[in-house]
Ligand binder design. Sequence first.
Ligand code: TMP
Ligand code: ASP
Length: 265
Amino acid sequence: MKKGKKLYEGKAKILYAAPEKGFAIQHFKDDATAFNNLKKSTIEGKGILNNRISEHILSSLNHIGIETHLVKRINMREQLVKLVEIIPIEFIVRNIASGSLTKRLGIEEGTVLEKPLLEFCYKNDSLEDPLIAREHIYAFNYCDMATLDRITKKCYRINDFLQGMFKAIEIKLVDFKLEFGLTKLEEDGSPVVKILIADEISPDTCRLWDATTDKKLDKDIFRKDLGNLIEGYQEIARRLGILHEQSNISPIKFTKPTAVKIKKK
Ligand code: TMP
Ligand code: ASP
């Protein structure tokens, strides 16, 4: 499929125009960043693994009626996706305390939460994606009330589904981030606004721990220098039954991470 002009370049992906209006080609890069771009590296093969893992997860969600922007994977690094109007909020769902929650509230890492916790962050890199309340979303009209209610229900449903999916392969879904977008369609002559999951769901955007050992298999390997990130992502792909399709990710090379200067939040 022929790529059109570059529409947007993010930290880990590039979006190109697709031949058909209303669609885009999403390209997965090998770049890894953490702590809002303070730590950077290129990890060969990461984009290929995330493309494949995210395709698997998003198509499983599509199958159970939770709509996503994914149309199909095109090749090792690219997917055809629907173009949407992105809601500028990162929806974080947590089952076990880790990451910023432990720092912000002094909760011990690994504490199992009584029920899933949904947090909202305003998607703005220069402000470091600050945590916001539902009231900020209404006050600044980031999203209307009815849409936010529908998305909230979706987040819990997605969490139930993904927790089950990962439990079946002996992985704990500690937390994850979702983004949603809106598309306006005509159905039977009337306008309909659809809410679609509109970003990858991959080990870059989830915390995934081995169910027995609590070994981290996600981007925390890079954030915290815990070892070989590709091995963790490959382990997830292997357990999901999709690794055989990208067994040619080798040799795996790592570029030296840039100096890390981490601001305490
Ligand atoms: P946090 O503990 O750093 O707030 O992250 C919670 C979850 O959200 C974790 O699974 C990583 C994911 N996440 C992203 O995908 N992108 C981001 O920019 C951030 C801050 C977190
Ligand atoms: N995605 C963010 C960054 O690139 C934060 C993270 O995932 O840790 O800096």
